[in-house]
Design a protein around this ligand. Structure first.
Ligand code: ARG
Length: 627
């Protein structure tokens, strides 16, 4: 038997494969593998019972036949996995200490992990759409989630073998440009000539004033609409103004992307599709999917309770506006077509606020019918939506004056608070390092607080909680890594390591290295640099074995996070792992004199640091040497 990267997945596949030969019938068999009560095993397969009932067979006999088939085929090495039938027909599996040792030896660094994980997405071309902000507005707290969640999912997919394209679908072609251009021309004292020097803040202010003015005065509203039409029909002055506005927005956004480590591969905003929507309208009409309604073009889904023309209130999918202009929905259809034809996407992932659920349901339904009619293969479409960030009062987080909190202000405050904390906890750090630690911890804390929540829930933003050194927080996990690294520094001083030649990959932080390349997630502690080679002895103590089992559970956590596109599964795992490490560290002294024991414990430390480092980097957090 090869050393399975993810035993849960392998056992699952094995049981499915032998089920027909074991008398399970022709229906596909789901073994329902779940974690087991640790007294009985690591995993258990519960699926035999239901199948036995359906086939009117004796469950224990069926379970026995299944077990005989996997062991007889030699696919299961008894030295590695102990199998036992229990109760009415559960099957318990327990990984042996020999398996755990072999696994730790084999999955030694980020490359080995990534190679193991690559089976999950296996070269599938995935286009992920994030953070996709709207231009001409400053980023506020609401922009945090698409960046943080989008980036984590992107890294996760890439690590698990996806051939990924990060496409930043910015909103740069909305109706708001009519008002904004009108405001620049009529309300800005510098006139259009000085528009190039307008900051994003000033643009936002002009937009607010313009929007109030056009609401109050129908003539101004008409004028603003006329500016929009001029822009859309290619008037050079308005196009130039628009370009400057978009450039100003993008450079302000860039500052936030840099702070949060977001690196889009392409930024193809809504405007990019303005000459591509015509084909969508034509095809939808030809396929009988869209109809004219008051000049607009709409798609109904009569089989759907809410999107049918009879629904109350009715909610058509409007793909072209009354005035013939393109809109969000039509643009999204054109975007999907482009992603299929240009990027050959096998899967498209959209990361947005939960309030866009209806839009994406309608988009996906429309795309299904449209692609079927056009005989085009449809990629897998997934809407990764998230809830709202709440203030401590339980409402959407706002400043005292009721404005949205600026993202920059929030992140600055996070770094400031982390700086105060670092100064208190570790006053001896040199000033430059302290600053680096504060930056890392502050931003990591905000990011982790967001990622550790199930994304579809709202969550309450609390400085106290997210900066706490205990609990499921970034400071806690960063501290766990730093603590392990200090053990290696100490071991180095004492001049005796695990003597392993494998170990850390020590790759630098994760930069965007372009499509198709692995998201870098290197090893952590430097077992390599240590002298005095000595092979680790076999795992022995309960705390060692428990920690090793937790390490072997990493691939399952990755798989779950990937399958559901929910990073909190990874966070929950990392928190558990840090807990198992801490139990081990309290129970078993690492730097003991007995060299083989020391070597095996150092190996556990190294693997824990590697797993935590990989996990944190996938979440967009770069671990620290000290803090
Ligand atoms: N710009 C949109 C917003 O801020 C999000 C775009 C998401 N992507 C998409 N293809 N619709 O709400």
């Amino acid at each position: 038997m090869d050393i399975w990267f993810n035993p849960v997945r392998e056992l699952d596949a094995l049981l499915r494969a032998v089920a027909p030969a074991a008398g399970f019938g022709d229906e596909p068999f789901d073994p329902e593998i779940r974690p087991a009560d640790p007294r009985f095993g690591d995993f258990q397969a519960n699926g035999v019972l239901a199948r036995a009932k359906a086939l009117k067979k004796n469950p224990r006999a069926l379970a026995t036949a299944l077990v005989e088939n996997i062991t007889a085929g030699g696919a299961l090495d008894g030295a590695f996995v102990a199998v036992e039938i229990a109760g009415p027909g559960f099957i318990n599996f327990r990984l042996t200490p020999a398996f755990l040792d072999a696994w730790l030896a084999r999955y030694a660094d980020a490359d080995a992990f990534s190679a193991g994980a690559a089976a999950l997405y296996a070269g599938r071309r995935v286009v992920i759409d994030y953070p996709s902000p709207n231009t001409a507005k400053q980023m506020h707290v609401g922009h945090l989630r698409p960046m943080v969640i989008g980036e984590a999912i992107a890294r996760l997919l890439q690590f698990c073998g996806a051939d990924l394209i990060r496409d930043n679908h910015i909103g740069d072609w909305g109706t708001n440009f009519g008002v904004l251009i009108w405001a620049i021309k009529n309300l800005h004292t510098g006139g259009t000539g000085a528009a190039g020097t307008l900051t994003l803040e000033a643009l936002e202010d002009l937009y607010k004033r313009g929007s109030a003015a056009t609401k109050a005065d129908p003539a101004a509203l008409d004028a603003a609409r006329a500016e929009l039409v001029k822009l859309q029909t290619g008037d050079p002055e308005n196009l130039a103004l628009w370009e400057r506005i978009v450039a100003t927005s993008n450079s302000a956004f860039q500052e936030m992307y840099d702070l949060l480590g977001v690196h889009p591969d392409v930024t193809l905003g809504e405007s990019f599709y303005r000459d591509k929507v015509g084909r969508v309208y034509e095809e939808l009409l030809r396929d009988g999917l869209a109809e004219e309604s008051d000049g607009a073009l709409v798609v109904w889904h009569d089989e759907h309770p809410r999107f049918s023309r009879n629904a109350e209130p009715s909610q058509p999918f409007i793909v072209r506006k009354k005035d013939g202009g393109s809109n969000y929905a039509g643009t999204d259809l054109a975007t999907l077509l482009y992603r299929v034809e240009h990027y050959h996407a096998d899967e498209c992932v959209y990361v947005t606020d939960g309030r866009q659920q209806d839009h994406f349901q309608q988009l996906f339904l429309t795309a299904e019918k449209w692609f079927r009619a056009e005989k085009r293969p449809l990629p897998v479409l997934r809407h990764v939506w998230f809830g709202t960030i709440l203030g401590e009062d339980g409402r959407a987080i706002k400043t005292k004056s009721g404005d949205p909190v600026r993202l920059k202000t929030l992140l600055d405050e996070a770094v400031e608070r982390a700086a105060a904390l670092t100064a208190e906890k570790n006053p001896d750090l040199p000033a430059a390092e302290r600053e680096h630690v504060a930056r890392t911890v502050g931003i990591a804390a905000v990011r982790y607080a967001d990622l550790s929540q199930n994304r579809t829930l709202d969550y309450t933003f609390s400085w106290k909680k997210l900066l706490a050194f205990d609990g499921n927080t970034a400071p806690y996990l960063l501290y766990a890594v730093a603590r392990i690294r200090s053990i290696f520094r100490k071991a180095g001083e004492q001049g005796a390591g695990s003597g392993e030649q494998e170990g850390s990959a020590g790759e630098e932080g994760q930069r965007d290295k372009g499509k198709g390349q692995k998201a870098a997630t290197g090893g952590a502690a430097d077992a390599d640099s240590l002298p005095a080679p000595c092979s680790p002895s076999a795992l022995e103590t309960p705390a060692e074995l428990a920690l090793a089992r937790k390490l072997v559970a990493f691939p399952a956590a990755l798989a779950q996070a990937c399958e559901e596109l929910r990073p909190h599964h990874l966070c929950a795992y990392l928190f558990d792992l840090a807990g198992a490490y801490s139990t081990f560290n309290n129970a078993d002294k690492v730097l003991v004199d007995d060299a083989p024991v020391r070597a095996r414990r150092l190996r556990l430390c190294d693997r824990t640091a590697t797993a935590l480092t990989i996990g944190l980097r996938l979440l967009g957090i770069e671990p620290l040497e000290r803090m």
